[in-house]
Design a protein around this ligand. Structure first.
Ligand SMILES: NC(=O)c1ccc[n+]([C@@H]2O[C@H](COP(=O)([O-])OP(=O)(O)OC[C@H]3O[C@@H](n4cnc5c(N)ncnc54)[C@H](O)[C@@H]3O)[C@@H](O)[C@H]2O)c1
Length: 330
């Protein structure tokens, strides 16, 4: 198969490109470089610079490279920004996907892997599932970003039903770490880089609320190493390549292990050699107490489980942070 990785110059997409190549698959990257970095695309992999809204360029690219599978990661991903600019998020994430699916259908592409997110669950009510979020937990997204991901799953699934396209929607939990320093996340949007930024600026890391219904009172999340996540994409892609027409998978990608914000900050202090006590500030609106994946379905369907722990995520992210500390951050 030859895979087109949209968003392949981004943080996660670049890891997916490397993992697909390591597994012997052919890869082409399609990215508008709005947040991506061309240098993340490995040599020997062609980078087509363009938007998923550009149907003519998509048609030419699918034909020129005889693309048989898509891994679609290209999207805007900031929850807060999506609240301020919902129409931009719907255009890039939903309209961009709709145009891509039209091109994919016209070109007779075989398989489609879609980047979804745990944001589709919103504030999950998991009492019946023993505290874990399963793929059957009701989806009630709480932001336009989460809505665009859920709508994206609908588009992908409906297209598969109508055309036989084999599809997988992968719901990522909290992604962290780097497979190598040059592939590290350059944004400061998630807890690990946010804590790095505070520590290196000589400031105390912040905890937004310590009165949640969790063991230490701080929010609990399920962190997944980006290299494990990339390997899950390879497993999904290879499964779809041999699957019957219309196959449709919806899978959580997490470890099934909860880590609290306080535990994460303690670990970051330990790994970076800082010793700053966190500062507790008021809760942020809309943060659920606990969001931890049930990772059973992906283990059964793909035989995939995460191999790397939180310490490895922090250690590898820190190596990336220190290596790029003089570089301009996006
Ligand atoms: N990082 C996370 O924690 C996380 C969690 C859940 C889901 N996701 C999803 O994973 C995907 C990748 O996220 P990331 O963290 O690597 O973000 P990122 O911003 O690093 O990567 C997104 C890439 O897509 C490109 N892009 C954006 N809009 C485009 C468009 N219309 N056409 C072509 N290219 C476009 C950007 O230039 C960038 O290279 C996104 O779909 C995101 O919603 C990320």
């Amino acid at each position: 198969m030859t895979w087109l990785i949209t968003g392949g110059a981004g943080y996660i997409g670049a890891h997916v490109v490397h993992a697909l190549r390591a597994a012997g698959e052919r890869a082409v990257v399609y990215d508008d470089l709005s947040t991506g970095v061309a240098a993340r695309v490995p040599s020997g992999v062609e980078l087509v610079v363009g938007s998923t809204l550009d149907r003519a360029l998509l048609d030419r690219t699918l034909a020129a490279h005889a693309i048989t599978g898509i891994v679609h990661l290209a999207a805007k991903k900031q929850v807060g920004e999506s609240v301020e600019q919902p129409l931009r998020y719907y255009r890039e994430n939903v309209e961009g996907l709709r145009v891509l699916l039209e091109a994919v259908t016209a070109a007779g592409v075989h398989s489609f892997v879609f980047s979804s997110s745990a944001a589709v669950y919103g504030m999950p009510s998991t009492a019946r599932e023993g505290g874990l979020v399963t793929e059957d937990t009701p989806c009630v997204p709480m932001s336009p970003y989460g809505e665009t991901k859920l709508a994206g799953e609908w588009l992908v699934r409906a297209t598969g039903r109508a055309t036989g396209l084999r599809t997988a929607s992968l719901r990522y939990f909290n992604v962290a770490g780097a497979a190598s320093p040059e592939l590290a996340d350059t944004g400061v949007l998630n807890i690990v880089p946010m804590v790095f930024e505070r520590l290196t600026a000589g400031e105390a890391p912040r905890i937004f609320g310590d009165d949640y219904a969790t063991p230490d009172g701080t929010c609990v999340r399920d962190y997944i190493h980006v290299a494990d996540l990339a390997e899950a994409h390879v497993a999904a892609a290879q499964r779809l390549a041999g699957a019957a027409a219309g196959t449709d998978l919806t899978l959580n990608i997490g470890r099934g292990v909860g880590v609290s914000v306080r535990e994460m900050i303690d670990l970051i202090n330990e790994e970076t050699g800082y010793d700053r006590a966190p500062l507790v500030t008021p809760r942020r609106p809309g943060d659920p107490d606990q969001v931890v994946a049930s990772a059973d379905r992906i283990a059964t369907e793909l035989g995939w489980t995460a191999k790397r722990d939180v310490r490895e995520m922090v250690r590898s992210a820190w190596a990336g942070w220190t290596a790029s500390s003089t570089a301009v951050r996006k």
